[in-house]
Design a protein around this ligand. Structure first.
Ligand code: ADE
Length: 234
């Protein structure tokens, strides 16, 4: 998959995208991520990319021209799926990330300041928010989206890692996990995980996931049917 990121702050992406699993995915060629500096496309003398909002109000608005020209240069003759990261967008879900992971190419536009000139929306196929709070810009949300969808691209996670057993993969929060030692400073791993009885362990994990979800995110239990089917299948 090819991901192009249009941003005023390309340097923000350096560490995050080159480390760990995303770094490995790029090195192996499964994933190709390129950042593009919107400012380089500003056609004014001072490379200005923002201006005061018509009608007044606080803050500055990102200008249309640098974004239009940057988008045109990045897309060329292709028509990749173009996403604007904005608190006005639809909330990112695991399901949506999984769908996006199937595309060959996406372009992410990071908004900044008080917003983006509304005419930029004529270039955009989808607006995504990562949560009901406002960040200083779309860069961190773009990193979150890239990280989240990459996990669903075949080969990005090693065989030891799984995108299916995690919180949200089946509509519930994840059950508790433990590793060695079985007893640590007086804290013991639940006995049921040590005796190797697969059916009992699966049942215990399901119960724990239900309990955790009920406690932390009761609204998610609306997805319970999906989970129950997944659980009873095996
Ligand atoms: N830009 C600022 N806040 C954001 C959010 N919550 N989601 C996506 N983009 C944003």
């Amino acid at each position: 998959m090819k991901i192009d990121i249009l941003t005023l702050f390309p340097e923000m992406f350096d560490g995050v995208l080159s480390a760990s699993i995303l770094g490995r995915a790029q090195a192996s060629g499964i994933l190709s991520i390129e950042t593009h500096d919107i400012r380089a496309y500003a056609d004014n003398k001072h490379k200005k990319t923002d201006d005061y909002p018509f009608g007044g109000g606080a803050g500055l608005v990102m200008m249309a021209q640098p974004i239009f020209d940057c988008m045109a240069a990045v897309c060329g003759d292709e028509q990749p799926h173009r996403i604007l990261l904005t608190p006005r967008g639809k909330l990112l879900t695991s399901e949506r990330a999984k769908e996006l992971s199937k595309l060959d190419r996406i372009v992410l536009l990071c908004g900044h300041y008080e917003g983006v000139d509304e005419r930029v929306n004529t270039l955009i196929d989808e607006e995504i928010s990562i949560g009901d709070y406002v960040l200083t810009g779309g860069e961190l949300p773009a990193m979150v989206l890239v990280d989240c969808l990459s996990r669903f691209i075949p080969g990005v996670l090693g065989s030891e890692e799984s995108a299916e057993d995690e919180s949200h993969a089946n509509g519930l929060l994840e059950y508790p996990q433990y590793t060695r030692p079985a007893s640590f400073r007086g804290l013991d791993v639940p006995e049921i995980l040590l005796n190797g009885h697969h059916a009992n362990i699966a049942k215990w994990r399901h119960e724990q996931a239900m309990e955790k979800t009920r406690e932390m995110r009761p609204c998610l239990l609306g997805n319970f049917g999906r989970v129950d089917r997944a659980y009873t299948k095996k």
